[in-house]
Design a protein around this ligand. Structure first.
Ligand code: AMP
Ligand code: ZN
Length: 484
């Protein structure tokens, strides 16, 4: 069974494949690191993680590149406000982003290039475009892309050329921060921004001005970095490009225009866009008070796994509304999932540790499809319908024939594809310094009773702990505790 995905460019649901027959080359626009990413950003990144995982299961051997935008107006402003260098400022927020990704169990991309580390590649594209007449130096010394020279402009976002001349919102309806610079036409966009005082120390010797032969000091325009880095790591033509829906226009449209004009080849073959997350029914914004970060939610006691479950609970092509009530719902769904799996394991006579171990290997797609968990995989292969996949997972958990080793292997495949680890991991076990004193002292006494082979006392102490709502877990050289 092949994996199919809707393509924004052709407006068709098409099979995914690796053109080189080896690896499916995929590029995703990554975060702009000027503050904490919000859960809307993480909806897109979590869905792309499911895509990457599903492609692996489908045997497409993905090569996943996701960039870090570490130079733009927001990062420059933020670092100036912080009184730190752009480098220090963006490193700090990149680390935070990575920590959040780890909490959400997102697979680290194969390559995570930074814009500031690819300036020569960006300059080379601008010089090519200047030489071919696709770009010009504007009145302010910045270099602009001449949209009128690229007759296919608009093919991704399906805008008509006349609409584009007045288009001042992006594909998610947000106002574009139109450059105030001297452009020939409104739709022309900056490839390279001439140095300004506000940029402080952020500038590089840029492309050569064809008229003067001198390098234009400044910094890259935002769209350019993705063309330069995707081409560098994936080649001039590659298989799939993804991002949130707001990026379709103008960002991705501009990426296509500048890349195809520079290389003369088709850029990405297939385009995927994730519909935006709403929060409390509205666009997420700090002023509306519905702006959530993962750290906010974890600090309020919510489990990152529940946030992830909620974020992928509707298909990437449908809107999802984040509310605290929905998050609570996701938490209880996860608890039920844990229970459902436990009772399935009990029916199959397989312990949790065995299930987690290599003894139950993850099934490959063909084997998984023939089990009660097959529909959960099939839903992901069919335009990555995560909502239908979760529904099918629930159905299979209720199915008596799911208690076979083959079905449990398929269950592992589904959980891997969705990136949901329903079984409490060791991270959730608490050490002596995190549980109340009384509980710690009972646990220690039980350990000592066990060491003294006083099984009766050990058992009584375990029951006392259970009454207080704690489970004691035996380790090789001691114990740990778990709530519940
Ligand atoms: P940014 O850090 O703003 O460049 O965005 C990183 C990614 O998050 C991009 O793919 C955006 O399209 C995506 N994104 C931004 N806001 C949302 C949202 N509310 N829901 C889903 N994705 C979003
Ligand atoms: Zn991009």
């Amino acid at each position: 069974m092949e994996m199919r995905l809707y393509d924004t460019l052709s407006r068709e649901t098409l099979p995914l494949y690796a053109a080189d027959g080896k690896r499916l080359r995929m590029y995703a626009c990554g975060p702009t690191v000027y503050g904490p990413a919000h859960i809307g950003n993480f909806r897109t990144f979590s869905l792309l993680d499911v895509l990457r995982r599903t492609m692996e299961i489908a045997g497409l051997n993905p090569l996943y590149v996701r960039n870090i935008t570490d130079v733009d107006d927001k990062t420059i402003k933020g670092s100036a406000k912080d009184g730190t260098s752009l480098y220090e400022f963006t490193r700090k927020w990149t680390e935070k982003f990575h920590a959040d990704c780890a909490l959400l169990d997102l697979i680290v991309p194969d390559v995570e290039p930074r814009a500031t580390e690819h300036i020569p590649e960006q300059v080379a594209i601008v010089e090519k475009l200047l030489a071919s007449g696709h770009a010009y130096v504007g009145g302010d010394g910045s270099v602009y892309y001449r949209v009128a020279c690229f007759c296919e402009y608009g093919k991704l976002s399906h805008f008509h050329p006349e609409e584009l001349q007045t288009q001042d919102t992006n594909s998610a309806g947000k106002a574009n921060s139109a450059d105030e610079y001297d452009r020939e036409q409104v739709a022309d966009f900056a490839l390279w921004k001439a140095r300004k005082d506000e940029d402080g120390a952020v500038h590089w010797p840029g492309p050569r001005n064809p008229d003067t032969g001198l390098a234009i000091e400044g910094r890259p325009g935002w769209h350019l970095e993705c063309s330069a880095m995707s081409i560098k790591y994936l080649g001039e033509s590659f298989d799939l490009h993804a991002g949130g829906e707001d990026l379709c226009f103008p960002h991705h449209e501009n990426e296509i225009a500048q890349s195809e004009a520079a290389t003369g080849k088709p850029f990405s073959r297939h385009w995927m866009h994730c519909v935006h997350l709403l929060a409390e029914g509205k666009k997420m914004s700090k002023s509306l008070g519905n702006f959530y970060t993962l750290a906010d939610l974890v600090a309020q006691g919510y489990d990152a796994r529940a946030v992830k479950y909620l974020l992928i609970s509707s298909s990437y092509r449908s809107q999802l509304n984040f509310t605290v009530a929905n998050l609570k719902g996701a938490e209880s769904a996860l608890k039920k999932l844990d229970k459902g799996i436990n009772s399935l394991l009990a029916k199959a006579g397989i312990g949790r540790e065995e299930f987690e171990s290599e003894a139950i290997a993850r099934a490959d797609a063909a084997d998984a499809l023939g089990t009660p968990f097959g529909p959960a995989i099939a839903a992901l292969f069919d335009d990555m319908n995560t909502a239908a996949s979760l529904g099918a997972l629930w159905n299979a958990l209720r199915d008596d024939s799911s208690a076979s080793r083959a079905a449990l292997s398929a269950l592992k495949t589904v959980l891997y594809a969705l990136g949901i680890q329903p079984i409490p991991s060791k991270d959730e076990e608490l050490g002596a310094d995190e549980a109340p004193e009384e509980v710690v002292s009972l646990a220690q006494k039980r350990w000592e009773a066990k060491q003294a082979r006083d099984w009766g006392a050990a058992d009584t102490l375990r029951k006392q702990l259970a009454e207080l709502g704690w489970t004691i877990l035996d380790r090789k050289d001691g114990w740990s505790l778990k709530k519940g």
